[in-house]
Design a protein around this ligand. Structure first.
Ligand SMILES: C[S@@+](CC[C@H](N)C(=O)[O-])C[C@H]1O[C@@H](n2cnc3c(N)ncnc32)[C@H](O)[C@@H]1O
Length: 257
């Protein structure tokens, strides 16, 4: 799924880059820290860390070498390195980071194992922070698709990330982080991040992969496919000819000591 960095950038990377700085500001952290960016993708969070925190080091980890190549190309800095790896089996020694962050990724990993690993590699008193899409609510771009799909085919529920990705519900995200906080404090908040996307951006291919739409589309009879395409198109295009990507991001952070 994660082999089209250019498609990702067109679909959601630019939006990701507008959310990451706001998320990082909310953490209220100091400069000179050692950061781990888990599932860093094309580098949106890593770039924002560099711009804002003058870190001692940032390690961006991701399973996709294609995404990492894109991150490397756009984020060259002597204190940054990118490594291929699995968020659930981190190769770093225990307590080797001050902060671990993860943007828009916990819903794609075995979140419990990924959080346990982050807890292991962050030093006592450090911070674990993450944010995910609000798939069930204000991730409007894909939400409209799924609402249209559900209205014509109940089987679409099995593919809808708003139902499948349970960690994207704020309380579930809080619970997941809380179980790894170990005597620490937990904060959560929402970011409302509207973004206009022009039809010229043609994000469909990446959206099909990332938002799970292709699995249902490949399963749906032709007649339903045509019907859903019509419904989604008629609902999403605004008179300006632009698409609104009006998504709210529940996000959480936790520190432990
Ligand atoms: C939606 S992207 C988010 C990328 C980036 N953090 C951002 O905010 O734009 C999800 C990322 O998770 C990565 N990923 C998924 N499962 C992973 C795993 N088990 N270990 C490491 N990375 C993983 C994918 O390769 C992809 O880059």
């Amino acid at each position: 799924m994660w082999n089209d960095a250019a498609g990702y950038e067109t679909y959601v990377g630019h939006w990701s880059r507008s959310v990451a700085p706001r998320f990082l500001d909310w953490l209220e952290l100091s400069t000179g820290l050692r950061w781990l960016d888990v599932a860093c993708g094309t580098g949106a969070v890593t770039a924002a860390i560099l711009e804002r925190f003058n870190p001692e080091e940032v390690v961006g980890l991701d399973a996709s070498s294609d995404y990492l190549a894109s991150a490397q190309a756009s984020c060259r800095h002597r204190r940054v390195r990118f490594v291929v790896g699995d968020a659930c089996v981190l190769s770093f020694p225990s307590t080797s980071f001050d902060v671990s962050v993860s943007g828009l990724a916990l819903n794609f990993t075995a979140s419990d194992r990924a959080l346990a690993e982050q807890h292991r590699v962050v030093r006592p008193g450090g911070m674990i922070a993450a944010y995910v899409w609000d798939y069930a609510g204000e991730y409007e771009f894909a939400r409209r698709f799924w609402n249209a799909a559900l209205s014509i085919d109940p089987r679409a529920a099995a593919y809808d990330p708003g139902r499948k990705a349970t960690i994207c519900h704020e309380q579930n995200l809080r619970d997941a982080l809380d179980s790894h906080a170990a005597f620490g404090t937990l904060r959560s908040a929402s970011i409302h991040a509207p973004q206009l996307m022009t039809p010229a951006a043609k994000p469909q291919s990446a959206m099909n992969k990332i938002s799970g739409t292709r699995w249902w589309l490949s399963d749906a009879p032709e007649s339903k496919l045509a019907s859903s395409t019509t419904r989604v198109s008629s609902r999403r295009v605004k008179p300006t000819g632009m698409l609104s990507m009006d998504a709210r991001v529940p996000l959480s952070n936790t520190s432990h000591c």
